[in-house]
Design a protein around this ligand. Structure first.
Ligand SMILES: Nc1ncnc2c1ncn2[C@@H]1O[C@H](COP(=O)(O)OP(=O)(O)OP(=O)(O)O)[C@@H](O)[C@H]1O
Ligand SMILES: [Mg+2]
Length: 241
């Protein structure tokens, strides 16, 4: 009988029940069955979260609480709105601007982790350089469409470190395609140490830069990390007039 139970549980893909059914106390049959189902569901959820976390390739974080003291949230933005990932459902973008070590990567990682743990969202973290490389490589291998499809399925795309490394022409063009693909359909968090006026140094072409910035800042919020970020705020205000 035990073999049969294990075999049926396997065929029904009930792996928790298959391994653990005999360890659960049987007080009455209904309670027993309920307990088995609950545990099975719990294990499935856990497995799904682990897969999502693995696929997201988020950086490791220290786990210390996030300090909001030097963070300036744009109008209508709250800590909860960011951490609960409400902007993801609304397909809004977040632009995190600030200097070295100001917490941009840390906060985007926390948001990504919350989105996975609380809501089972599909998240992917790339540095701008790593995404550009992945795109160039896929282009060479003829798997670009596949990569685009993967990106299109995401709920949240985190693009870290725009500004530290200039892109090659083709990398910049492919990155623009990704941002266009996500436009009004997916959420992007982009972190940068550069004001919009300087993004040209990364994209290398003023028209491409303009088109990229336009798509990103439409339906976006600006979050300023650290003290001297007022120029960025003014620049966004000018653009949205
Ligand atoms: N606001 C903060 N609250 C708590 N810890 C912080 C905060 N800002 C920075 N840290 C700590 O400093 C480390 C570096 O921060 P982080 O990597 O997020 O900086 P960054 O803004 O991404 O800098 P860079 O532009 O150099 O990539 C974090 O791992 C974290 O431990
Ligand atoms: Mg960083």
């Amino acid at each position: 009988m035990q073999d049969k139970i294990r075999e049926y549980a396997k065929r029904l893909k009930l792996s928790w029940i298959r391994e653990n059914y005999h360890t659960v106390d049987v007080k009455n049959p209904q309670e027993y069955l309920l307990h088995l189902f609950e545990k099975e569901i719990e294990q499935r959820e856990e497995r799904k979260i682990n897969l999502l976390l693995k696929a997201a390739t988020l950086p490791n974080v220290s786990g210390k609480p996030f300090d909001w003291k030097d963070i300036q949230l744009g109008q209508g933005l709250t800590q909860e709105y960011l951490l609960n990932g409400d902007f993801i459902d609304k397909k809004e973008n977040m632009i995190f601007y600030g200097g070295v070590g100001a917490g941009k990567t840390y906060l985007s990682t926390l948001i990504g982790m919350n989105a996975i743990h609380r809501y089972g969202k599909q998240v992917k973290f790339y540095t701008i350089a790593s995404l550009a490389n992945a795109l160039l490589e896929a282009n060479e291998k003829g798997t670009l469409i596949k990569l685009f499809k993967k990106i299109e399925k995401l709920d949240l795309l985190i693009l870290d470190e725009l500004g530290y490394i200039p892109l090659h022409k083709q990398g910049a063009e492919l990155l623009f395609q990704v941002i266009s693909l996500c436009y009004e359909k997916r959420s992007i968090i982009i972190t940068t140490n550069l004001q919009f006026g300087q993004w040209n140094h990364v994209f290398g072409d003023p028209i491409l830069t303009e088109a990229t910035v336009d798509r990103l800042i439409h339906h976006s919020h600006l979050v300023l990390f650290g003290g001297d970020s007022n120029r960025m705020k003014e620049s966004l205000a000018l653009r949205s007039m």
